[in-house]
Design a protein around this ligand. Structure first.
Ligand SMILES: Nc1ncnc2c1ncn2[C@@H]1O[C@H](COP(=O)(O)OP(=O)(O)OP(=O)(O)O)[C@@H](O)[C@H]1O
Length: 564
């Protein structure tokens, strides 16, 4: 019986011509040429494969990141009350990288291992079906072990990524609030806390490494068992003249080959399971449908807009704290083009009122409407694009003052320097910005930390102005908790220019800011306790508004007395 494959044939020739030096040399050199050819082609193909896989891997990670980021930004605000920034950032950077690796480099290695194993197994069957069936008996129990192991590895990988996300969350929060950490002298204890979290990640990673090592050991042992089986059964077949030495040696070679491919496959499998583990949260994020749409719903023609705001029997509790209702059957009407100041004790729900109007949350019951249209039916994106908000703690981005102001416009790229100057002038920000050495190119630091509170607020007004200038018909303004007299005057002046001809809701933390208001709504105990023109409310001696005013006046008197 002649050897069924070239390599087997060569080995047979070497073996039978052992006494003939010339024939043996010829056979050996043809073997060398064959192997050199195979290795060269294999090397080139491998280099091309690695390059292409790296490229497509980066592409896949990029697409994955873009999709996850897009999905995260579309979520409703309540989602961000429950999910923390650092954790989401970790998903976006670390989890996507793990998943990317497991489905590109690894997938290509895996496919190569599958192809190699399939070719090797076919050759084994080709040479001797009976020996191949005997040797491959080891595969079913190995596959069963692999399934159980894969599940376990998946769950460990998920736990590792979760632990890493928690560590990143802590780091993100502490680094971004370093001033508070430093003020309380907590650097060392924070380092300890972070180290503990990193230790937790390490212990999970160790467990994972142990599991992988165990699995590799197992595949190694099964490879050796296959070789033993070949030697034993193949020896018997050779003794009974059912196999030549060439066939047995090439069979043995293919067994090695299959053994190595199985080791490659197990590595692929464990990486894939790791990817699945890390991917679980990513798929959750990708699949999550926002509670309400970002850019769907009714869009009203500009001429229909007047800006009347109305709350009818509104009840609301934050999704993150259902047990603590904020409003119960709240009713409030803000006529179009008027200024309404909302006052009330701290935590009474003044800011929540604005969050509902911006449709950051939906009420649990009741109706909120603008010009008679329920805001649930309106396109939230369109709605917000018509509302200017100057918030209580204006958050700026870590770019230049110019870019921060231009951010307010629909297309910041199209904003000219003249537009920025004009907005800054109206917002009383122009002079102080020009006084900076780099003027409007001054970078404001993360969240605007390089500016004072009053400066930040005036830049935020300029930013709102660029938005308001275009087509906002409603304006929400949160007065700052504390501004010095000069800043307060400048902000107030800027604000008055902004208010002209619009419906304005002022969330008044300082009662001095309500002097321009047409009416005042006092929020207390989950509803509007009083509502009317300020002078009328002041006339009610027993009224809440009067009491709030007296309290503040009293505090001011105390301060003045303390200064004397
Ligand atoms: N995202 C949130 N999730 C859960 N509860 C919240 C959330 N935001 C605010 N709250 C709670 O809702 C209540 C009303 O808060 P809100 O910020 O509306 O009060 P406020 O009247 O504007 O207070 P202040 O004058 O102190 O700024 C508070 O008890 C607050 O703890």
């Amino acid at each position: 019986m002649s050897a069924p494959f070239f390599l087997g044939k060569v080995i047979d020739t070497i073996y039978t011509s052992a006494s003939d030096t010339e024939a043996m040399t010829a056979s050996l050199s043809s073997l060398c040429i064959l192997l050199t050819g195979v290795f060269l082609c294999g090397g080139a193909a491998n280099a091309a494969r690695v390059y292409l896989m790296q490229l497509s891997g980066q592409q896949i990670v990029r697409n994955l990141r873009a999709s996850v980021f897009s999905s995260v930004l579309r979520q409703e605000v309540a989602f961000f009350d429950k999910n923390r920034t650092g954790e989401l950032i970790n998903r976006l950077s670390a989890d996507t990288a793990v998943v990317g690796r497991s489905i590109t480099d690894n997938l290509s290695d895996g496919l190569r291992a599958v192809a190699q194993a399939a070719a090797g197994v076919s050759m084994m069957f080709y040479i001797s079906p009976s020996l191949a069936s005997f040797v491959l008996l080891i595969v079913p129990p190995m596959a069963a072990v692999a399934v159980v192991y894969g599940r376990y590895l998946r769950s460990i990988s998920k736990r590792t990524q979760d632990a890493l996300a928690q560590a990143t969350q802590l780091a993100e929060e502490r680094i971004s609030n370093i001033r508070t950490v430093r003020a309380f002298g907590k650097e060392l204890s924070e380092v300890d806390t972070y180290t503990q979290k990193a230790d937790h990640v390490l212990s999970l990673a160790k467990l994972e490494a142990l599991m992988r090592a165990g699995f590799f050991g197992l595949t190694g042992v099964s490879g050796n068992l296959m070789i033993l089986a070949v030697l034993y059964k193949g020896g018997l077949l050779m003794a009974s003249q059912h196999m030549t030495i060439g066939e047995l040696s090439s069979f043995l070679m293919y067994t090695f080959w299959v053994g190595i491919s199985i080791a490659g496959l197990s590595s692929f499998y464990s990486e894939l399971m790791k990817g699945f583990g890390a991917g679980a949260r990513l798929w959750e994020l990708l699949d999550r449908k926002p509670e309400f749409p970002l850019n769907e719903g009714r869009v009203l023609p500009a001429e229909q807009l007047k800006g009347q705001l109305q709350f009818r029997d509104v009840s609301f509790a934050y999704p993150a704290r259902r047990e603590a209702p904020i409003f119960q059957n709240l009713n409030l009407l803000v006529p179009a083009g008027t200024i309404m100041a909302v006052v009330g004790p701290s935590g009474s729900g003044k800011s929540s009122l604005v969050s509902l109007l911006l449709r950051l949350y939906d009420p649990d019951a009741g109706v909120i409407s603008i010009d008679g249209y329920e805001i649930k039916d309106l396109n939230p994106y369109w709605l917000r694009s018509h509302i200017g908000t100057v918030s209580q703690e204006p958050v700026l981005f870590s770019c230049s003052i110019r870019d921060n102001i231009a951010y307010g416009a629909e297309d910041p790229e199209a904003v000219t320097m003249e537009d920025v100057y004009r907005a800054a002038r109206v917002a009383n920000a122009f002079d102080f910005v020009q006084a900076f050495p780099k003027g409007f190119d001054t970078v404001v630091g993360e969240k605007g930390v390089l500016l004072s509170g009053g400066q930040k607020q005036r830049i935020a007004i300029a930013r709102a102005l660029l938005k308001v200038n275009t087509d906002s018909f409603i304006l929400f303004f949160f007065t700052a908790h504390a501004l010095d007299a000069e800043n307060e005057f400048l902000v107030q002046e800027a604000l008055e220019r902004l208010m002209e001809g619009r419906t304005v809701v002022i969330i008044a933390h300082r009662l001095s800011t309500i002097k321009n208001a047409d009416s005042v709504a006092v929020i207390d105990r989950r509803h509007v306790a009083e509502c009317g023109p300020p002078t009328e409310l002041l006339g009610n001696r027993e009224g809440l508004f009067r009491k709030l005013m007296e309290k503040q006046a009293f505090l001011q008197e105390e301060q003045q007395r303390a200064l004397q």
